[in-house]
Ligand binder design. Structure first.
Ligand SMILES: Cc1cc2nc3c(=O)[nH]c(=O)nc-3n(C[C@H](O)[C@H](O)[C@H](O)COP(=O)(O)OP(=O)(O)OC[C@H]3O[C@@H](n4cnc5c(N)ncnc54)[C@H](O)[C@@H]3O)c2cc1C
Length: 498
């Protein structure tokens, strides 16, 4: 068996790849194993906000909100292609939170954000302001504030790309089946589903970033007693055809004191979510229930002029929040902050409970800080000023970058330039290479997905199956018909020699 890895990371969600990237950049020898595809579970099922979490102020989660707001400012600069500002409209709804409470919350939110790249909150007269137009006339007052949008699953993939470029080994479709402490290190059994092979590797430290499986991994895979407990809370979203004009999102208060977002999505759609439903039993893939769909439609129908029903839903997705169990009475109130549990009775294992997409980078720094005594010679923090792959655009200015890309590839329609620029940033040039005419892009599968892009995703981003490409590396699944999906499947099968 070869030399042990310094770190074996279980899980290719945002927390696993974030830790793998940070560790690889500090000179550690890292192996990351993901059972399925990168971001296959919770990290592609989020609301896709890089946000402080206005709602968490009500739960006095000031540490989390302050850290998340600082990360918001930072991540906007490090990945301006996949993270951009979003303005939210918060209507005041008589009988729900009073105006003074909304005002105080937004005042705090503005002030907890130390840097000010985004505009401050402001009061709105919804009857006079265009953003009030899609709302019911009874909603006359409101506020506007800013947070950011993130392409969640692309954030995961770009962290994995950067981890690999710093020397980490990233293995998808590889399950960590079992691990035991032996002769001062971990001996870990892996199963590679593509090659149908089992293999044994050694690692000095294991990081358990298995998301919803974090507790199960502790108990079964690592044969340890689970100390902190994980609480699984399902959250679902629906996607409908675009409900309203404009780039603004809406944050709608509900009579059960929850809030639900309506967000412009993939140019032609509106994303609506989320729910909070306690999940009992084993973790696993989850789907929206009819009750959740009705709930989300009702949330929209309470505030918008246009009403929607289950028949308007064109797509939905659900995920499990792997929250740290703080014994809160209801699912919405469980802390969204993260807890890092270190067991060092022998070779260490660090388990990640909870967390947000927004705070993944700081979580990774904290994780390595905790492991520092076991990693002598580890280099210092570095990710705070290092752009993610494709994010190295001058002045973090996406619009200027998109103009340059359009000038370099004048044969591409504007919408394609913007989509590729958003997805790949400066690496779009690596994908497009010497293409000088549409025919240079090869077969088109629909939704402007070309063979050249598919080849790039297979070669550089671990894409193997149609779903990896249509629902995680992109959301082109929303724009493609069945025939195109079938052709893509055949193309991938031929490329892999199946
Ligand atoms: C509905 C919803 C909305 C959310 N909205 C937001 C938001 O807007 N903003 C925000 O900041 N956060 C949001 N979050 C929180 C955020 O999405 C999660 O905290 C984060 O994605 C968790 O990432 P993770 O890496 O811990 O888990 P995951 O993404 O689930 O990754 C864990 C991975 O481990 C793998 N795995 C498990 N066991 C093994 C094994 N034995 N071997 C190999 N691999 C294994 C799994 O296949 C999985 O891919 C939301 C969450 C939900 C559910």
């Amino acid at each position: 068996m070869s030399d042990p890895f310094d770190l074996l990371v279980i899980g290719g969600g945002i927390n696993g790849v974030g830790i793998a990237r940070d560790a690889a950049g500090r000179g550690l020898r890292v192996l990351l194993c993901e059972r399925g595809d990168l971001a296959e579970h919770t990290s592609s099922a989020s609301t896709k906000l890089i946000h402080g979490g206005l709602r968490y102020l009500e739960q006095y989660e000031f540490r989390l909100v302050r850290e998340a707001l600082a990360e918001r400012e930072r991540l906007m600069r490090l990945a301006p292609h996949i993270i951009w500002p979003l303005r939210f409209v918060l209507p005041h709804d008589a009988g729900l939170r009073p105006v003074w409470m909304l005002r105080v919350g937004l005042f705090l939110y503005d002030h907890l954000a130390r840097l000010r790249a985004l505009p401050r909150s402001q009061a709105l007269r919804l009857g006079r302001d265009g953003v009030g137009a899609p709302l019911q006339k009874r909603l006359t007052r409101g506020f506007a504030y800013s947070d950011c949008w993130v392409e969640d699953s692309r954030l995961v993939v770009l962290n994995a790309v950067d981890a690999a470029e710093h020397g980490a080994e990233i293995r998808t479709r590889t399950t960590v089946e079992s691990a035991r402490r032996e002769a001062g290190a971990w001996t870990v059994t892996l199963y590679d589903a593509e090659r149908r092979q089992r293999e044994s590797v050694r690692a000095r430290i294991v990081v358990n970033a298995a998301g919803p499986w974090v507790g199960e991994t502790l108990l079964r895979t690592l044969a340890l007693e689970a100390r902190p407990k994980v609480r699984l809370v399902k959250g679902s979203h629906i996607v409908v055809r675009r409900l309203y004009a404009g780039d603004q999102a809406y944050i709608l208060q509900q009579p059960d004191r929850r809030i639900v977002f309506a967000i412009p999505y993939e140019r032609d759609f509106t994303l609506i979510g989320t729910t909070d439903v306690a999940h009992e039993g084993e973790p696993g893939p989850v789907r929206i229930s009819a009750e959740e769909t009705r709930y989300l439609c009702a949330c929209i129908n309470r505030s918008f002029e246009r009403s929607i029903g289950p028949d308007d839903v064109v797509w939905s997705f659900s995920g499990l929040r792997p929250l740290y169990d703080d014994a809160a009475a209801n699912a919405s109130a469980v802390t969204r902050d993260y807890v890092l549990d270190l067991d060092h009775e022998g070779p260490p294992v660090l388990s990640v409970f909870g967390g947000k997409i927004t705070t993944y980078r700081r979580l990774a720094e904290h994780a390595l800080e905790k492991l520092k005594p076991h990693l002598p010679g580890m280099k210092p923090v570095w990710t705070g000023a290092a752009p993610l792959p494709g994010g190295d655009m001058p002045g973090a200015d996406f619009e200027a970058f998109a103009s340059t890309l359009a000038a370099e590839y004048p044969f591409l329609p504007e919408a394609t330039v913007r989509r590729l620029g958003r997805a790949y940033g400066t690496r779009a040039a690596l994908l497009l290479g010497d293409a000088r005419a549409p025919s240079d892009l090869g077969e088109i599968f629909g939704g402007d997905l070309s063979a050249r892009e598919v080849d790039y995703l297979v070669r550089h981003e671990w894409a193997r199956a149609s779903d990896d490409i249509l629902w995680r590396r992109s959301k082109l699944g929303l724009h493609m018909d069945r025939e195109g999906v079938a052709r893509l499947g055949r193309y991938l099968a031929a490329a892999s020699g199946c």
